[in-house]
Design a protein around this ligand. Structure first.
Ligand code: UT7
Length: 323
């Protein structure tokens, strides 16, 4: 059977780093509160010349380099983002043009923080369905542009950045020993739409709007939703937590990551944590965490890796990949 195999990975971060202490003169907060409640110590913030498209392009080029490929080898770009450069065209198409790629096709996916997990699952279907052979899957965000910088309950939490994978059609036998995407489980429920949203848009206010979140409400649902979808993914693949080599969760809050891993029985040393370095970068958080763990030699070819995310909508999902 056809499997969607990871051939390369890469990331890109804005030049400017903002430490927790940098907020202390702006809103009533402290480094101690932010670290204790979230695990975040710093985040990258995009300058005017750094956009979702430019960061996404840089991450895509890094992933292509690591795969030993060029844009000519790619036939589809799927970009997960909630902070596109423009309402339309899709920022994926802008990245396609920036890469000098004038063949194939490209589109954006909007599932907020779950965007990258949705995008990997979608790219896998395009590959297995025969519509694409090599796909650039990108998560790129500039949440700094939609933050209310006077709201301490949200502005300290988010950051900017991008990460990317190259997925390529390969051969498998249909078992859990195959390399590639092995299982996926996606969920959404719009009953929660007002707990985490942006208060503007083309069809309502005609503005871009700002991020609004009832953090405690999101927190309350997060661990249960994350663990449900992971258990569904384990059941599909016929594995248990013990079979995993690495757990790469969405990086929103260290307390949510720890509680999810504990509930699932995933050992602490298998959990990749980058929330301290990047904050919550929404759809970029999972591929950024992946790129860190690949670059430092933790994630290696053949490892069993579980990706997970939960965010606005709510949306949530998990993907199991043999690297
Ligand atoms: O990526 C999408 C998914 N998003 C998430 O997963 C976020 C989920 N939520 C969270 O991570 C947490 O709920 C937060 C980190 C947002 C907040 O942590 P919490 O432990 O739930 O705190 P809280 O909202 O219950 O607030 C506790 C107190 C409040 O003061 P009072 O009402 O107890 O007097 C807040 O006003 O902390 C206050 N507070 C702050 N204090 C200092 C809120 N933000 C800040 C701040 N600095 N930045």
């Amino acid at each position: 059977m056809i499997r969607s195999v990871v051939r390369g990975s890469g990331a890109a971060l804005p030049r400017r780093i903002m430490k927790n202490a940098d907020f202390e003169g702006m809103v009533e907060t402290s480094d101690e509160w932010i670290v204790q409640r979230t695990g975040i110590r710093q985040r990258h913030v995009a300058a005017d010349d750094e956009t979702t498209a430019s960061l996404g392009e840089a991450a895509a080029r890094a992933a292509l380099d690591s795969a030993g490929l060029t844009p000519a080898d790619i036939d589809l770009i799927v970009l997960a983002t909630s902070t596109p450069n423009n309402t339309f065209p899709a920022t994926a198409v802008e990245i396609q043009n920036r890469l000098g790629m004038h063949h194939g096709f490209a589109f954006d996916m909007q599932a907020v923080c779950s965007g990258f997990v949705y995008a990997v699952a979608t790219a896998d279907l395009y590959i297995r369905g025969g519509l694409a052979k090599r796909v650039l899957v990108i998560g790129s965000e500039t949440f700094s542009r939609i933050l209310d910088w006077s709201d301490r309950s949200t502005c300290v939490l988010f950051g900017d950045g991008a990460g990317a994978l190259v997925l390529e059609a390969g051969e498998g036998v249909g078992g859990v020993a195959d390399r590639g995407v092995l299982a996926a489980s996606l969920r959404s429920d719009g009953v929660h739409k007002d707990k985490l949203f942006v208060d503007g848009g083309p069809s309502t206010t005609g503005t871009v709007g700002h991020l609004r979140m009832e953090g405690r409400e999101v927190f309350k649902h997060a661990v249960g939703m994350i663990t449900d979808v992971i258990e569904a993914t384990f059941a599909q693949a016929g594995i248990t937590a013990d079979d995993l080599d690495w757990f790469v969760p969405h990086q929103a809050n260290k307390r949510i990551i720890d509680a999810s891993a504990k509930k699932l029985g995933i050992a602490e040393q298998k959990v990749v944590v980058t929330v301290d370095l990047h904050g919550n970068t929404s759809a970029a958080s999972v591929p950024l965490a992946l790129s860190v763990a690949v670059a430092d030699g933790r994630i290696k070819k053949g490892d069993l890796v579980l990706l997970e995310a939960m965010g606005g909508g709510f949306t949530w999902g998990a993907v199991l990949v043999r690297w």
